[in-house]
Design a protein around this ligand. Structure first.
Ligand SMILES: [Zn+2]
Ligand SMILES: [Zn+2]
Length: 332
């Protein structure tokens, strides 16, 4: 999670298609100013897909966005979430409390919920991973202190009525939405496909602006899962994609291709950096691969991705680990 900034925007609702609205909700994260929830007409009420993060004033943002499209929270008949990241499911409990609706989400949400059940333990594990990844003690402690002061982004624990898995169909006036598992960005990630109208609700799996993130430490090879999940959506018939951040976009195939290319580019950059440096920790590789000025927040985010790339390269035989602490890597 990134460091909070002061909110300057409010929630906004806008029609994308008849019976399909984008609810743009502010986020307190630098570089990620908002997320989308999608409201879909369903009888006299709404199907809500994703619901934004819980922060001071965030429920009012969601209410305001709904008011702009002529609805209120009480009209939500069902909430489904594309994945268990706080910007997508954070307000679930608050929405349910107001509307009485059910929540459906994929069952592999422990990457979020286990950390909520044991916040200190989860933080200690992340610090341990970062330390083994070669993060120096000073920045590590500064980052950990910042994390302790933050809220969870959740309005309460998830109370799930149904597992959102393939075979389930989510109803709306636009037709039924088929569920496809797309792990990689998060183990719990799914996309929703409406085949007759050729619509895809893509969550964070494919965004308008190519931007990669993988949860580390819950599955053996998130990068490999992500590439398989790109293959899956590439096979769907889609005219318009409604993503978890940014504007709706056409040309899903072009976006899938751009994502694949960026993954390959990063993997090659990691191997090349190791060839140049000889042995290196994950942390030491960050400037060579990302070339960005690191802050404690971006370093935590980038280190997570770097560990996923290294483990993928290890699985494919291109890099290997060197004995010792912190963990060092070398090109094969
Ligand atoms: Zn996400
Ligand atoms: Zn997101």
């Amino acid at each position: 999670m990134r460091k909070p900034t002061r909110r300057t925007e409010t929630g906004r609702g806008e029609r994308v298609l008849p019976g399909v609205w984008r609810l743009r909700l502010p986020l307190p994260w630098p570089g990620v100013p908002h997320c989308n929830a999608w409201a879909l007409a369903w009888g006299h009420g709404l199907l809500l897909v994703d619901c934004g993060m819980d922060t001071p004033g965030s429920l009012r943002d969601l209410e305001r966005a709904l008011e702009q499209i002529g609805f209120e929270l009480e009209n939500v008949r069902l909430l489904v979430c594309t994945h268990a990241h706080v910007d997508h499911c954070g307000q679930a409990t608050a929405v349910q409390a107001r509307s009485g609706c059910e929540l459906w989400i994929h069952p592999r949400h422990e990457h979020l919920t286990a950390a909520l059940d044991d916040r200190e333990g989860a933080l200690a594990r992340r610090i341990d991973v970062a330390r083994r990844g070669g993060v120096p003690e000073g920045p590590l402690q500064a980052w950990a202190e910042g994390r302790r002061d933050q809220g969870t982004g959740m309005s309460g624990p998830l109370s799930v009525a149904r597992d959102l898995v393939p075979g389930e169909v989510v109803e709306s006036d636009a037709g039924g939405w088929e569920v496809h598992e797309t792990p990689g960005h998060a183990p719990s990630h799914v996309v929703l496909h409406q085949p007759e109208r050729r619509l895809l609700i893509s969550g964070d799996h494919v965004l308008g602006r190519t931007s990669l993130y993988f949860d580390h430490g819950f599955t053996p090879d998130p990068v490999d899962e992500f590439l398989s999940s790109l293959e899956l959506v590439d096979g769907l018939d889609v005219r318009l994609t409604l993503s978890g951040h940014g504007r709706p976009f056409t040309d899903l195939r072009g976006h899938v291709k751009a994502n694949r290319e960026l993954v390959q580019e990063r993997l090659e950059a990691v191997v090349n950096a190791l060839r140049e440096h000889g042995e290196a920790t994950a942390f030491a590789l960050l400037p060579a691969v990302y070339g960005e000025k690191l802050s404690p927040e971006t370093a935590a985010w980038l280190l997570t991705k770097m560990l996923c790339y290294l483990e993928h390269l290890e699985a494919t035989g291109r890099v290997r680990r060197v004995q010792g602490e912190p963990q060092r890597w070398v090109a094969s």
